[in-house]
Design a protein around this ligand. Structure first.
Ligand code: GLU
Length: 507
């Protein structure tokens, strides 16, 4: 697909629902690939069997589909660099770990988990932290400290072992990140990371680097939480003698108050979803889709959490995002997640929808509640309240009284707006409405206004009482729009009901 060698990957681990930070990583990779005519790859990193969660892989795929982040190469799409699921590439990694051992960049280690734990505790007692590195590796049980005959015998016997990277002593490691700039780390701050585990599986570090190399990844765009792994990855590329891809580490997404990272566990606690879709397994969690967000609004909102276009433009379609996106305009500092802003985006996208589209969406909602109304009437209704809503489900709160007569009446409004003379006044109003031939909003407005003028009533007095019996409270769009929609018969029924219920209660 690509002619220019731009190949990026989204490499999630199927350990649970995909967090919105993960969706943003996928999105930035996708935008970058599309902008440069490159290839967007989905690779499933499932080598950690203890963290594998059923349903997570499928969730990731459905979440990307919902956002319209199209995968070019991946577990479902195929491609010439597959398989794209690391567990299916299992056989491949050992030879690379051995290659590093042969070149003196890695070694076999036989220390048991129990021994390592004991050393950790002993160090702790002395107020130190145990690090498996150049300072101690000579005293531990591995192919550096042991006699070759000994460690070979252990391998032949099938003793459990891991393969560790031999991090050089006291070396300044220099590397660059497209977002963070030049970074220098001293190798003594790093440990001899395990590359290959005793269960025959590679660790994240080995599999990730080997696959990025084999899949010819040109740019690694991922979350900031992986920045601490970067020096090791850079060292691995050097040890293999491979050219490293370019790296870009994206800023963290922070909680709305700016205190700490927005985590999976924040789930419903903060009152908004942290996942794109509903997660149906075990501890269930809300999703943006089920909360009524449009995927376009969700994607637009996510795109601006870390990237800024350099202009005041806030509303971007996917193709506008593709055109404008650059890694140069991704910031370094964490971005606070703002749930209000998320709602605002949906509001804007809802306003862009036609009344007809919204009527079709709202009809589904109404059907589920057993209200059946034709599309043309729903379009009129939506035209009246659209500006007040951010979600289709909000339409109901704005229009419930169109569908059903009030059962009770707002107490405060009654005590302020209802007097002894109100019933008589409303009876006159009924007569006016009965003799109004044109029951359109402008027709009823004309005849009611002229009656108010000639009768000498106060407009506010009439209209508040009128609204109260039609809606049950002093809210909603123009009364003339409401009564024209519900029709003459229903209007008069509601006025009579109001007179009889409120009129008898209020002395
Ligand atoms: N499997 C890692 C994750 O779950 C991938 C990190 C990377 O992109 O290198 O995020």
């Amino acid at each position: 697909m690509t002619m220019n060698g731009i190949r990026v990957r989204f490499a999630p681990s199927p350990t649970g629902p995909l967090h919105i930070g993960g969706v943003r990583t996928a999105l930035y990779n996708y935008l970058f690939a599309r902008k440069h005519g490159g290839t967007f790859i989905l690779r499933i990193e499932d080598t950690d069997q203890s963290r594998y969660v059923d349903g997570a892989e499928d969730y990731i795929i459905r979440a990307l589909e919902w956002c319209r982040i199209d995968v070019d190469e991946g577990i479902n799409e195929g491609g010439s660099f597959g398989p794209y699921r690391q567990s299916e590439r299992k056989h491949l990694y050992r030879q690379y770990a051995d290659m590093l051992v042969d070149r003196g960049h890695a070694y076999y280690a036989f220390d048991t988990p129990g021994e390592l734990e004991r050393m950790r505790i002993e160090s702790e007692k002395k107020g130190e932290t145990f690090i498996y590195n150049s300072a101690v590796r000579d005293k531990l049980v591995n192919s550096i400290s042991l006699d070759p005959v000994d460690w070979n015998a252990r391998l032949d016997r099938g003793d459990p072992f891991v393969i560790r990277f031999k991090m050089p002593r006291d070396e300044e490691i220099h590397f660059d990140d497209l977002i963070r700039g030049h970074i220098v780390v001293n190798s003594d701050t790093l440990d001899d990371k395990v590359l290959f585990k005793s269960d025959g599986m590679p660790t994240y570090h080995l599999a990730n680097v080997v696959d990025d190399y084999l899949m010819k990844i040109s740019h690694v765009i991922r979350g900031e939480e992986w920045l601490p792994s970067l020096p090791l990855h850079v060292m691995l590329y050097r040890a293999f003698g491979w050219e490293a891809p370019l790296f870009a580490h994206l800023p963290l997404l922070l909680k709305p108050d700016g205190r700490g990272k927005l985590s999976k566990r924040d789930g419903d606690k903060l009152g908004f979803p942290v996942f794109p879709l509903y997660w149906p397994y075990g501890e269930t969690a809300r999703g943006y889709r089920e909360d009524g967000y449009y995927p376009e609004a969700f994607v637009n909102m996510l795109a601006l959490l870390g990237w800024n276009p350099g202009t005041d433009q806030e509303i971007f379609s996917m193709s506008e995002l593709i055109n404008s996106f650059t890694l140069e305009r991704v910031g370094k500092s964490g971005m606070r997640f703002d749930p209000e802003k998320a709602r605002w985006f949906n509001h804007v996208y809802l306003q862009k929808r036609s009344n007809n589209q919204l009527a079709l969406e709202f009809r589904e909602f109404l059907r589920a509640r057993n209200y059946h109304t034709d599309i043309v009437r729903l379009e009129v209704l939506i035209g009246l309240v659209k500006e007040r809503v951010s979600f289709v489900k909000d339409l109901w709160d704005q229009t419930d009284f169109f569908f059903r007569a009030p059962e009770n009446y707002d107490q405060e409004a009654v005590s302020k707006r209802w007097t002894e003379s109100t019933p008589a006044m409303l009876r006159e109003l009924i007569a006016v409405l009965l003799s109004t031939a044109d029951f359109s909003p402008s027709g009823t407005e004309a005849s009611v206004s002229s009656w108010i003028k000639s009768s000498g009533y106060n407009t506010g007095t009439v209209m508040n009482a009128f609204r109260l019996v039609i809606v049950g409270a002093l809210r909603g769009p123009r009364v003339y729009d409401i009564i024209s929609w519900i029709g003459r018969e229903e209007t008069i029924k509601r006025i009579e009901k109001g007179i009889s219920i409120i009129g008898s209660k209020k002395k």
